[in-house]
Design a protein around this ligand. Structure first.
Ligand SMILES: [Zn+2]
Length: 147
């Protein structure tokens, strides 16, 4: 499979962290990219997108969108849409920051661009309460493990 067309303006192909969603046309900043239609469930999965507490949508396009710490898009929870955060060119990958949108990730992982642990914003909040010293110690050990 070279790519799979999943919507008129989007294809799925190999991206920065595995399969990802790529635009096949240009979008201006602040535009609705697609709607999060789909089944709503009460717990997160590997592919779900959180829209409110305990509500997660399984959307065909959204399920393939990769995480980035410098994302090209974000979730508009009220409208249940993906919105571009900058001008997106044809061929650009659509990404969003999982740590900003998801409370808890079903499958936490290490970000490939920066090595940060992507766990969800609730777990991040817990971590920062534990104090800076233990956080930085933990951070350093990450680097030793990843190099
Ligand atoms: Zn990162």
């Amino acid at each position: 499979m070279k790519y799979l067309r999943i919507a008129p303006h989007f294809v799925v192909k190999m991206g920065i962290q595995g399969l990802g969603v790529f635009a096949t046309k240009n979008f201006k900043r602040g535009k609705t990219l697609f709607k999060l239609n789909g089944e709503v469930i009460n717990h997160p999965t590997r592919t779900s997108i959180q829209i409110v507490k305990n509500k997660h949508v399984e959307n065909i396009i959204g399920g393939y969108v990769n995480h980035s710490c410098k994302p090209s898009a974000k979730v508009n929870r009220r409208k249940k849409t993906f919105v571009s955060l900058r001008n997106i060119d044809k061929g650009d990958e659509i990404t969003f920051d999982y740590n900003k949108n998801e409370d808890v990730l079903a499958c936490p992982f290490r970000c490939r661009c920066c090595g940060r642990k992507i766990v969800g914003r609730k777990k991040l909040a817990l971590k920062s309460k534990r104090g800076k010293r233990s956080y930085s110690a933990q951070h350093q050990s990450h680097h030793i493990h990843t190099r």
